[in-house]
Design a protein around this ligand. Structure first.
Ligand code: SF4
Length: 217
């Protein structure tokens, strides 16, 4: 895939859906909580859990550390894997109390990423979501939607390979990275999830030659 193709896809998605203004959160901590809760569940369920936490005054590290684990599990039950997620939220809250968040987020991206990946329940996607949307640093998030769409465009690769393709092709622009990931999610929900492959503007663009693609990374 040529570098200009990813810029063209961004332009097409932005034209189709307009700015998404992600991540929908009021604080950096809310982004982090959302990044954990959204694992293996729909965003609509995360919204409900976030609302429960907000109403209970638990959407800050001290609140989460102090709250009884059973109460926390109840508040986030709608997100699934609620026992595991409650325990992980308590761990990350404790971690963020011990490490100053401003100091943590001022670290260089690679160092920050290495630290996040040592935390319980933090994989590539969660770490990069936190780096991009909470720390405001340019790290491109790859999720299952991105992998699927790239696959349809003939681009195959693992997480790191796909991430490198995006990061090499795009300017290191935090806002663009934020928008691009959000637009991919929106596209996947509107087209891939609704099986609108016949109308797929990305693959059709690929066929027409306005967007290219390649057989293998
Ligand atoms: S709409 Fe269909 S063809 Fe297009 S990217 Fe999604 S899954 Fe692939």
């Amino acid at each position: 895939m040529e570098e200009s193709d990813l810029k063209e896809i961004y332009r097409i998605l932005l034209e189709e859906f307009g700015p998404q203004k992600w991540w929908p959160a009021e604080t950096r901590f809310e982004v982090i909580v959302g990044a954990f809760l959204t694992q293996q569940t729909k965003w609509s369920k995360v919204e409900k859990a976030i609302c429960n936490l907000k109403q209970a005054g638990m959407l800050e590290p001290y609140g989460l550390v102090k709250v009884n684990i059973t109460s926390l599990e109840e508040m986030i039950r709608c997100c699934g894997f609620y026992r595991q997620k409650a325990s992980r939220l308590k761990s990350i809250a404790q971690f963020l109390i011990e490490k100053d968040m401003d100091e943590l987020f001022s670290l260089p991206v690679d160092q920050l990423r290495r630290i996040l990946l040592t935390l319980n329940g933090v994989g590539n996607e969660t770490a990069d979501s936190i780096i991009l949307y909470a720390a405001d640093k340019p790290k491109f998030v790859i999720d299952a939607y991105t992998t699927r769409i790239m696959d349809c465009m003939g681009v195959k690769g693992n997480y790191e390979e796909l991430q490198k393709i995006f990061e090499n092709a795009l300017p290191k622009d935090v806002n663009m990275f934020k928008e691009y990931h959000a637009l991919i999610v929106e596209y996947a929900k509107s087209y891939c999830g609704k099986k609108r492959c016949e109308e797929c503007i990305l693959v059709n663009g690929h066929r027409k030659g306005t967007i290219h693609g390649q057989e293998q990374v």
